[in-house]
Write a new protein. Structure first.
Length: 269
Protein backbone atom coordinates (compact mmCIF):
# COMPACT_ATOMS: atom_id res chain seq x y z
CA UNK A 1 0.00 0.00 0.00
CA UNK A 2 1.49 3.33 -1.07
CA UNK A 3 1.88 6.07 1.50
CA UNK A 4 -0.02 9.33 0.92
CA UNK A 5 2.03 12.18 -0.51
CA UNK A 6 2.49 15.42 1.37
CA UNK A 7 0.88 18.57 0.00
CA UNK A 8 0.22 22.22 0.79
CA UNK A 9 -2.40 21.29 3.41
CA UNK A 10 0.27 19.31 5.27
CA UNK A 11 2.66 22.25 5.07
CA UNK A 12 0.11 24.55 6.68
CA UNK A 13 -0.79 21.92 9.30
CA UNK A 14 2.88 21.46 10.23
CA UNK A 15 3.36 25.22 10.45
CA UNK A 16 0.37 25.47 12.81
CA UNK A 17 1.85 22.75 15.04
CA UNK A 18 5.19 24.56 15.14
CA UNK A 19 3.55 27.92 15.88
CA UNK A 20 1.50 26.48 18.70
CA UNK A 21 4.50 24.75 20.29
CA UNK A 22 6.68 27.84 19.91
CA UNK A 23 4.13 30.25 21.37
CA UNK A 24 3.66 28.03 24.42
CA UNK A 25 7.26 26.98 24.98
CA UNK A 26 9.86 29.57 24.02
CA UNK A 27 8.53 32.58 26.02
CA UNK A 28 8.69 30.50 29.21
CA UNK A 29 12.50 30.48 29.17
CA UNK A 30 13.46 33.46 27.01
CA UNK A 31 15.85 35.66 29.05
CA UNK A 32 15.85 33.18 31.94
CA UNK A 33 17.10 29.86 30.59
CA UNK A 34 19.94 27.85 32.10
CA UNK A 35 22.40 25.97 29.93
CA UNK A 36 24.07 22.57 30.16
CA UNK A 37 27.01 21.65 27.96
CA UNK A 38 26.91 18.61 25.68
CA UNK A 39 29.90 16.46 24.73
CA UNK A 40 30.56 18.48 21.56
CA UNK A 41 30.71 21.77 23.49
CA UNK A 42 27.32 23.03 22.35
CA UNK A 43 24.65 23.91 24.88
CA UNK A 44 21.14 22.70 25.59
CA UNK A 45 18.55 24.69 27.53
CA UNK A 46 15.14 23.95 29.02
CA UNK A 47 13.63 25.59 25.93
CA UNK A 48 15.19 22.98 23.63
CA UNK A 49 13.72 20.14 25.67
CA UNK A 50 10.30 21.75 26.12
CA UNK A 51 10.06 22.51 22.38
CA UNK A 52 11.10 18.95 21.52
CA UNK A 53 8.40 17.50 23.76
CA UNK A 54 5.70 19.85 22.46
CA UNK A 55 6.55 19.25 18.80
CA UNK A 56 6.84 15.50 19.25
CA UNK A 57 3.35 15.39 20.78
CA UNK A 58 1.81 17.72 18.22
CA UNK A 59 3.26 15.96 15.19
CA UNK A 60 2.47 12.47 16.54
CA UNK A 61 -1.18 13.43 17.01
CA UNK A 62 -1.55 14.25 13.30
CA UNK A 63 1.09 11.91 11.82
CA UNK A 64 1.29 8.92 14.19
CA UNK A 65 3.15 6.76 11.66
CA UNK A 66 6.10 9.20 11.32
CA UNK A 67 9.00 8.70 13.74
CA UNK A 68 11.00 11.49 15.38
CA UNK A 69 14.73 12.13 15.05
CA UNK A 70 15.51 15.24 17.08
CA UNK A 71 18.80 16.76 18.12
CA UNK A 72 18.03 16.21 21.79
CA UNK A 73 16.68 12.62 21.93
CA UNK A 74 20.05 10.91 22.42
CA UNK A 75 22.42 9.29 19.97
CA UNK A 76 21.20 5.69 20.27
CA UNK A 77 17.61 6.73 19.53
CA UNK A 78 18.80 8.90 16.64
CA UNK A 79 20.73 6.01 15.09
CA UNK A 80 17.74 3.70 15.44
CA UNK A 81 15.50 6.10 13.53
CA UNK A 82 18.09 6.87 10.86
CA UNK A 83 18.75 3.16 10.34
CA UNK A 84 15.07 2.31 9.88
CA UNK A 85 12.98 2.25 6.71
CA UNK A 86 10.04 4.43 7.74
CA UNK A 87 9.32 8.12 7.34
CA UNK A 88 10.79 10.34 10.03
CA UNK A 89 10.91 13.95 11.16
CA UNK A 90 14.35 15.56 11.45
CA UNK A 91 14.02 18.29 14.08
CA UNK A 92 16.13 20.99 15.61
CA UNK A 93 13.76 22.45 18.22
CA UNK A 94 15.87 25.58 18.75
CA UNK A 95 18.55 26.18 16.13
CA UNK A 96 20.78 28.91 17.53
CA UNK A 97 20.49 27.92 21.19
CA UNK A 98 23.49 30.06 22.13
CA UNK A 99 21.76 33.11 20.64
CA UNK A 100 18.50 32.22 22.42
CA UNK A 101 20.28 31.80 25.76
CA UNK A 102 21.95 35.20 25.29
CA UNK A 103 18.58 36.78 24.31
CA UNK A 104 19.91 37.56 20.85
CA UNK A 105 16.86 37.44 18.52
CA UNK A 106 18.44 35.15 15.95
CA UNK A 107 17.23 31.57 16.34
CA UNK A 108 14.81 29.29 14.55
CA UNK A 109 12.95 25.99 14.48
CA UNK A 110 13.95 23.56 11.72
CA UNK A 111 11.85 20.56 10.73
CA UNK A 112 12.14 18.22 7.75
CA UNK A 113 10.16 15.14 6.72
CA UNK A 114 12.40 12.39 5.36
CA UNK A 115 10.97 9.70 3.08
CA UNK A 116 12.90 7.02 1.17
CA UNK A 117 16.21 8.78 1.73
CA UNK A 118 15.01 12.18 0.47
CA UNK A 119 13.76 15.35 2.10
CA UNK A 120 10.05 15.48 1.25
CA UNK A 121 8.96 18.56 3.22
CA UNK A 122 10.88 21.27 5.04
CA UNK A 123 9.87 24.11 7.34
CA UNK A 124 12.08 26.70 9.01
CA UNK A 125 10.40 29.10 11.41
CA UNK A 126 11.78 32.43 12.60
CA UNK A 127 9.67 33.18 15.71
CA UNK A 128 11.08 36.68 16.18
CA UNK A 129 9.84 37.80 12.75
CA UNK A 130 6.88 35.37 12.65
CA UNK A 131 8.16 34.05 9.30
CA UNK A 132 7.62 30.51 8.04
CA UNK A 133 9.77 29.29 5.16
CA UNK A 134 8.31 26.09 3.72
CA UNK A 135 9.00 23.75 0.82
CA UNK A 136 7.61 20.50 -0.58
CA UNK A 137 9.71 18.43 -2.94
CA UNK A 138 8.76 19.25 -6.52
CA UNK A 139 6.20 21.86 -5.47
CA UNK A 140 8.15 25.02 -4.65
CA UNK A 141 8.79 27.40 -1.74
CA UNK A 142 6.43 29.49 0.39
CA UNK A 143 6.81 32.29 2.94
CA UNK A 144 3.95 32.31 5.45
CA UNK A 145 1.87 30.24 3.08
CA UNK A 146 2.38 32.53 0.08
CA UNK A 147 4.50 31.56 -2.92
CA UNK A 148 7.99 32.98 -2.36
CA UNK A 149 9.19 35.53 -4.92
CA UNK A 150 12.95 36.00 -4.90
CA UNK A 151 14.63 39.27 -5.85
CA UNK A 152 16.88 39.23 -8.89
CA UNK A 153 20.07 37.35 -8.02
CA UNK A 154 23.56 38.66 -8.86
CA UNK A 155 25.49 37.23 -11.78
CA UNK A 156 28.96 37.53 -10.26
CA UNK A 157 30.42 36.68 -6.87
CA UNK A 158 31.62 40.25 -6.28
CA UNK A 159 28.01 41.39 -5.93
CA UNK A 160 27.02 38.63 -3.48
CA UNK A 161 26.34 38.41 0.23
CA UNK A 162 27.85 35.21 1.64
CA UNK A 163 27.11 33.29 4.82
CA UNK A 164 30.52 32.13 6.07
CA UNK A 165 31.16 30.35 9.38
CA UNK A 166 34.92 30.85 9.79
CA UNK A 167 34.95 28.92 13.07
CA UNK A 168 34.29 25.62 11.27
CA UNK A 169 36.31 26.17 8.09
CA UNK A 170 39.78 24.75 7.55
CA UNK A 171 42.66 27.22 7.75
CA UNK A 172 43.36 27.34 4.01
CA UNK A 173 39.81 28.30 3.06
CA UNK A 174 39.55 30.73 5.96
CA UNK A 175 42.74 32.50 4.87
CA UNK A 176 41.55 32.62 1.26
CA UNK A 177 38.19 34.15 2.19
CA UNK A 178 39.70 36.56 4.72
CA UNK A 179 42.44 37.85 2.41
CA UNK A 180 40.95 37.42 -1.07
CA UNK A 181 37.20 37.44 -0.50
CA UNK A 182 35.45 36.96 -3.86
CA UNK A 183 32.11 38.24 -2.51
CA UNK A 184 30.83 41.71 -1.61
CA UNK A 185 30.04 41.05 2.04
CA UNK A 186 30.05 38.27 4.64
CA UNK A 187 27.65 37.31 7.42
CA UNK A 188 27.30 34.61 10.12
CA UNK A 189 24.17 34.82 12.27
CA UNK A 190 24.56 31.76 14.49
CA UNK A 191 21.62 29.72 13.20
CA UNK A 192 22.39 27.45 10.26
CA UNK A 193 18.75 26.80 9.46
CA UNK A 194 17.85 30.48 9.17
CA UNK A 195 20.87 31.07 6.94
CA UNK A 196 19.55 28.32 4.62
CA UNK A 197 16.09 29.91 4.61
CA UNK A 198 17.40 33.37 3.81
CA UNK A 199 19.63 31.92 1.08
CA UNK A 200 16.64 30.16 -0.47
CA UNK A 201 14.55 33.34 -0.67
CA UNK A 202 17.43 35.44 -1.98
CA UNK A 203 18.30 37.55 1.06
CA UNK A 204 21.83 36.20 0.70
CA UNK A 205 23.40 34.46 -2.27
CA UNK A 206 26.19 32.17 -1.05
CA UNK A 207 26.83 29.85 1.90
CA UNK A 208 29.79 27.84 3.09
CA UNK A 209 30.11 25.77 6.26
CA UNK A 210 32.67 23.22 7.33
CA UNK A 211 30.52 21.03 9.59
CA UNK A 212 26.71 20.97 9.68
CA UNK A 213 24.67 18.20 11.26
CA UNK A 214 21.62 16.58 9.74
CA UNK A 215 19.12 18.77 11.64
CA UNK A 216 21.07 21.89 10.59
CA UNK A 217 20.76 21.32 6.86
CA UNK A 218 17.87 18.95 6.07
CA UNK A 219 15.05 21.48 5.69
CA UNK A 220 17.40 24.09 4.22
CA UNK A 221 18.71 21.84 1.48
CA UNK A 222 15.15 21.31 0.23
CA UNK A 223 14.24 25.00 0.50
CA UNK A 224 17.27 26.06 -1.52
CA UNK A 225 16.74 23.31 -4.09
CA UNK A 226 13.08 24.16 -4.62
CA UNK A 227 13.99 27.85 -5.00
CA UNK A 228 16.42 27.01 -7.81
CA UNK A 229 19.65 26.87 -5.82
CA UNK A 230 22.37 24.23 -5.63
CA UNK A 231 24.31 22.68 -2.75
CA UNK A 232 27.09 20.10 -2.42
CA UNK A 233 29.79 19.08 0.04
CA UNK A 234 33.40 20.11 -0.49
CA UNK A 235 33.88 16.70 -2.15
CA UNK A 236 31.01 17.20 -4.60
CA UNK A 237 28.49 14.92 -2.86
CA UNK A 238 24.85 15.64 -2.06
CA UNK A 239 24.67 17.40 1.30
CA UNK A 240 21.79 15.37 2.69
CA UNK A 241 22.70 11.95 4.06
CA UNK A 242 20.80 9.95 6.71
CA UNK A 243 23.82 10.08 8.99
CA UNK A 244 24.93 11.66 12.24
CA UNK A 245 28.30 12.52 10.70
CA UNK A 246 28.68 16.28 10.10
CA UNK A 247 28.72 17.41 6.46
CA UNK A 248 30.52 20.27 4.76
CA UNK A 249 28.40 22.63 2.67
CA UNK A 250 28.88 24.76 -0.40
CA UNK A 251 25.62 26.37 -1.51
CA UNK A 252 24.41 29.18 -3.76
CA UNK A 253 21.08 30.61 -4.78
CA UNK A 254 21.57 29.89 -8.51
CA UNK A 255 23.45 27.22 -10.51
CA UNK A 256 25.60 29.90 -12.13
CA UNK A 257 26.71 31.34 -8.80
CA UNK A 258 27.26 27.86 -7.42
CA UNK A 259 29.71 27.02 -10.21
CA UNK A 260 31.77 30.15 -9.48
CA UNK A 261 31.55 29.75 -5.68
CA UNK A 262 32.45 26.05 -5.69
CA UNK A 263 35.38 26.68 -8.01
CA UNK A 264 36.78 29.34 -5.69
CA UNK A 265 36.38 27.19 -2.56
CA UNK A 266 37.73 24.00 -4.14
CA UNK A 267 40.83 25.73 -5.44
CA UNK A 268 42.31 25.25 -1.95
CA UNK A 269 41.94 22.63 0.74
Amino acid sequence: MSRPSFDYADLIAVQDIIRDATDKSLPVYYSRSTADYKSDGSIVTEADLLMQQALTRGLAARYPEVQMCSEEIGESAQREVLGGSGDFWCLDPVDGTTNFHATMPLFSVSLALIRDGEVELGVIYDPNRREFFGAIRGQGVWINGEVAVRPQQPESLRHCIAFVDFKRLDDERSILLANQAPYKSQRNIGTCALEWAWLAVGRANLLVHGSEKIWDYSAGVLLNQEAGGVSETFEGEAVYQPSLQPRSVIAASTPELFKLWASALRSVG
